[in-house]
Design a protein around this ligand. Structure first.
Ligand code: ADP
Ligand code: MG
Length: 227
């Protein structure tokens, strides 16, 4: 009996996922069809260029959704190496500095002085930090401060991303990380799902604290390297 329950639950989950993916892919497909029809009609050279750009954007969108899901379906073989977590953080922050400044967000860092060595796939962790920083920036449409901390706690490193953004109401907290859960007009709701998956692959945890109109804090804990 138990096995039956498990299987039907899994099937429901697969159904939900499949419906989500299908829905998300149908939108760009609809627009691909529409603009391809336009291209068949008489259109000026200028319009054609516009339409081609839109076609390319929509193809990119489908490609993005598919590749994010490939990550779940067939996980990349992670390449674990010893890395100083502060270096990984700093590199990600540098990468996003210009975008943050443009959006009037100032990034403050308060990083542990000691070296914190984690066995990790550096590029995957950068993806996590990137998604969290982007979300923080997007949560502060009028600008604000993003504070990023790292500190040691026993055999773990704790990394915090604290923003002064719109916050997340309590009833939405449990939806975080569900595929396609997004409150943004142009969001895809895949960022946090990917973050949770990568952190879990590193035997870590993600926690979130939030207060509406005050801000949100994402807290990541990763095991420190034993050697
Ligand atoms: P997306 O950014 O495409 O919407 P994510 O998976 O990255 O998808 O985030 C899902 C949702 O979680 C967002 O749409 C937003 O509602 C909420 N969220 C995530 N991070 C924050 C944050 N720092 N502040 C407020 N809301 C957030
Ligand atoms: Mg996001």
């Amino acid at each position: 009996v138990e096995e039956m329950i498990l299987r039907s639950e899994k099937l429901a989950l697969i159904g939900e996922l499949a419906a989500g993916v299908a829905h998300e892919i149908r939108n760009p497909l609809t627009s691909l069809r529409g603009y391809t029809e336009f291209l068949k009609d008489e259109t000026s050279e200028e319009e054609k260029q516009q339409y081609f750009d839109i076609l390319l954007d929509e193809i990119e969108r489908i490609d993005f959704i598919v590749s994010e899901f490939m990550l779940l379906a067939k996980p990349k073989v992670l390449k674990f190496n010893s890395k100083n977590i502060n270096a990984v953080l700093t590199q990600t922050i540098t990468f996003l500095k210009t975008e943050a400044k443009f959006k009037k967000v100032s990034i403050h860092t308060d990083l542990e002085l000691d070296e914190l060595i984690v066995q990790c796939d550096e590029n995957q962790l950068k993806q996590v930090f990137l998604n969290l920083i982007k979300n923080a920036i997007e949560a502060m449409p009028n600008g604000g401060e993003l504070t990023i901390r790292s500190k040691r706690k026993d055999n773990y490193v704790v990394i915090e991303f604290q923003d002064q953004g719109v916050g997340i109401p309590k009833e939405k907290l449990e939806k975080l990380g569900e595929p396609f859960f997004s409150t943004k007009e142009s969001g895809n709701g895949l960022g946090l799902m990917v973050c949770f998956k990568i952190v879990a692959d590193h035997k870590g945890t993600v926690k979130v604290e939030s207060e509406v109109n005050v801000g949100t804090k994402f807290i990541i804990e990763l095991p420190l390297s034993k050697s």
